[in-house]
Structure formats: C-alpha cells, structure tokens
Design a protein. Structure first.
Length: 423
C-alpha cells in the first residue's frame, strides 16, 4: 500500500522510518518532509496546513492511508475532509481534536469523565480574570485556550509574573484569538511523563511510556522548547501506575468522547503529572509527541500499519503491541539561540558515522538539502536515538554517537534521562 505522512519534523521522519519497515508498505510520501524523510519517502512540496493541497496529493498518488503528524491540520479538520472524500486517514475528527485545540474544552471533557487534573477557572474577560488571579495569587499557571505552537503556557511562581502573562495574552493579544480565552490553573507538583495510546473510538492500546525534557537548559531550567530530548520507558510509570492511568484517565476520556457523538480515533497523548495524590492530566494532545516519538517508536517490535488500520476501522480489540526490552534515549541537537531566534543554513557533518546496526539512528527535524549539502533549516535540527540496555548505558551510547555530528552553533542538553538515572 501507499502511505502519506503529513508533517516535516523529527516525529514525521521517525514515522516514515518505522512505516518503511512494514512488509505491507510499497511507497511512502511525506508532505512536506525534510532531508531525512527524503531518504525513506518521496517528499511532496505541500505544506501541512494546506488541507486541499494534501487531499489533491493523496488522490493523485493513490494513497491508501494518510497518517497525520502535527496537531494543526487535525484541529483544522483534515480527517473530516479526507473521510468525506472516502480516503482512509489516521487521526481524530475535528470535533475530537478540540481536546488539544481548546484547553477549555479539554477541561470540560476531564470534568465529565471524572479525570483528575489541576483545578482551573476559565475567563474571556480580562478584568474578571485579573480579579480571580489577585484573589488566588501565585504560584499559578496561565494558559491560552487555543493552539499557540506550544508556547501558550506560563508556569508562574509569583502573582507579578502571572499578571504579566495574563496581560500579554488578553490585552496585548500576542497569541491572537488563541489567547482571547484564558485558563488560570492550579500549579501541579510532581514528575511529568507522556503516555501515548492508540484509540479506535472505544478500545485502546498503550504505547510504552516516555518522558520529554521541555526546558532548554540542564536540570530543567530556562525557557520551554518543543522538547530537547526524550527517553523510554519512564520509570515513574510503574506497571501499577500504568494500569491506574489507563483505568482512571484513558478509559473514561475515551468513553466520554464516544458518548458525546465524536468518538476518538488516532493517537491520544496524555501529558501527565505524577503527583503525591496520583496521576493528574496536564494536557491532552491529539497526536504523537515530538521528541517522544523518536524514543518510543524504535522500541516497538510490532508493525504499525495493521495497528493504524485497526484504529481507523474500530477493530483494535484483541490486538497487541510487542515492545522490545531495550530502552531508548533521544538527544535533540538544536541551533544556537533556539527557542529564540537562530540561524539557518549551517552545514551538518558527521552523520555517516551513525549506524543503525550499532543501534543508533538519526532522525532529522529542521534539515534541508542546499546545493547537495545537508544544512540546518529549523530550531530543532535533529534527534539522535540510541537503543540499549537500561537508560544509563543507552544515554552513554547516544552521547558518544552524537560526538560525531557537527554544525556551527550546535547545542544539546547533556543530561537527557537524568531523572531515570537518578532513581
Ligand atoms: P503544555 O503546553 O500544556 O504542554 O504545557 C507546557 C508545560 O507547562 C507542561 O509540560 C508542564 O511542564 C507545564 N505545565 C502546564 N500545566 C501545568 C500545571 N498545572 N502545573 C505545573 N506545570 C504545568
Ligand atoms: N513533546 C511535547 C509535545 O509533543 O507536545
């Protein structure tokens, strides 16, 4: 079969790499892709938010299954569009993708499902929000309701910081419509983890647990980024904890969406805080995490194609996911200055030395070809994943392999996986 993967980051390179191993797959297309996806797929020059262009491409290339990487096209209704054209597509319809598209809607679903989460108040009026904020004081989390490319969350230690964040969103409008409605949420304390699940509308299967590193600096300091590295499994998610998360969070969420008339199909990502009172939802995402995908998919022994098809068809019941014993660590190499402004077009060297036979693999994120040379083309440039015995050994393998890679201004965190190693 022919598969179309939508998106062009590290997550999508990993998806293409994994799907290419399936005996069912003849050809993979990736839109728009990057220099890494070009090695396993044919890149199509269509942007991930050009829904009509993507539909036309899927028809022209006789695509049998489309897999959507990023959230924006899902929230914009790409699944509805493809389905109405009779095309198979893996992901939630727009009504279900609101779980990520609106944090207020997500809170509503959590409340209906009885899912534990931080207490939050929702405001569309600045003065009312400000009054509530002053009454509650810091620490507090200020969140834009809509999609803000991962930037609309301010974890504020003090009232002053929170007032500033509120003003940026509701008065200055730096996130446009996404910040017109704001959540003021209780700050949760504990260790974060990511649980990704395959969902077919009623049944689900958990992928192996993982942990992302969102801050730019070592020891989780400095500004938030898209993610500077990830590892899997996350030891904070014991077998018992995983069972609790499935029973108390995943199952009721899936049930509520089915009862609401918009059953959830695709990947449901639970961003969780493991608190002293148990797991609480920080956020829902409606897609695979990036860079969690780069740590999770290499650990799967199972073919993803039958699993994705089963999700689309509502036939996940009775299926299984085989997971390798090895742990995975993915280190992201970013451009100097990221998550602020950074340069593009730096030549990347040394990737030839990274060998899949040695259980190390490079997933491209912001890369491009320029006159035959591989160059940087984004803030997060690439992710290097190693598979090995335990997080500690695997972390060593990943950093040793990364020493071979170079580009001007290359920056990476030196402590990916430290929470697991500290245990
Ligand atoms: P999000 O964009 O929703 O993933 O939020 C970004 C990050 O902000 C999360 O990964 C958490 O580290 C942090 N965060 C969000 N909500 C809370 C909360 N209620 N308490 C503590 N940290 C939070
Ligand atoms: N790694 C966090 C995310 O994908 O949202």
């Amino acid at each position: 079969m022919n598969i179309l993967v939508i998106g062009g980051g590290g997550r999508e390179h990993t998806l293409c790499w994994k799907l290419a191993q399936s005996p069912q797959v003849e050809k993979i297309y990736c839109a728009p892709g990057n220099a890494g996806t070009a090695g396993v797929a044919e890149n199509l020059p269509v942007k991930a938010d050009d829904l009509d262009g993507l539909l036309a491409a899927a028809k022209e290339k006789s695509v049998d299954l489309t897999v959507v990487g990023p959230e924006a096209p899902l929230v914009a209704g790409i699944v509805d569009l493809f389905q109405s054209a009779g095309l198979a597509v893996f992901g939630p319809v727009a009504a279900a993708a609101r779980l990520e598209g609106s944090k207020a809607f997500a809170k509503e679903i959590m409340a209906k499902s009885g899912v534990p989460t931080g207490q939050a108040e929702i405001f569309s009026d600045y003065q009312q929000a400000l009054a509530n904020l002053r009454q509650r004081g810091g620490p507090i989390v200020v969140k834009a309701d809509g999609l803000a490319a991962g930037k609309g969350v301010y974890v504020c230690k003090t009232l002053e910081e929170a007032e500033e964040a509120l003003k940026l969103m509701m008065v200055d409008g730096i996130y446009g419509d996404a910040g017109k409605t704001v959540l003021l949420e209780e700050m949760l304390e504990g260790e974060e983890c990511s649980i990704l699940a395959l969902v077919d509308g009623k049944d689900y299967l958990l992928l192996p647990s993982s942990q992302d590193h969102k801050r730019i600096g070592e020891g989780d300091t400095g500004p938030n980024t898209g993610g500077m590295g990830a590892y899997s499994p996350a030891p904070v998610v014991t077998a018992e904890m995983e069972e609790k998360i499935a029973r108390e969070i995943l199952a009721p969420t899936v049930r509520t969406l089915a009862e609401s008339g918009s059953p959830y199909k695709g990947i449901l990502y639970l961003g969780l805080m493991i608190t002293a009172q148990g797991p609480k939802v920080v956020e829902y995402n409606v897609r695979l995490g990036d860079p969690e995908t780069q740590a999770v998919l290499p650990r799967l022994a199972s073919d993803l194609v039958p699993l994705f098809l089963a999700c689309c068809a509502g036939k996940l019941a009775g299926m299984k996911i085989e997971v390798k014993d090895e742990s995975a660590v993915c280190i992201v190499a970013a451009a100097e200055g990221y998550p602020g402004s950074y340069q593009k077009g730096q030549v990347i060297s040394g990737l030839e030395g990274i060998k899949e036979e040695a259980n190390t693999v490079v997933f491209h994120a912001g890369t491009a070809r320029q006159g035959g040379e591989l160059v940087t083309a984004g803030g997060r440039v690439l992710g290097l994943t190693a598979l090995g015995a335990g997080i500690k050994e695997t972390q060593k393998m990943a950093y040793a392999a990364l020493q071979q890679v170079n580009f001007d201004g290359m920056y990476y965190r030196k402590d990916i996986g430290y929470r697991a190693i500290d245990r």
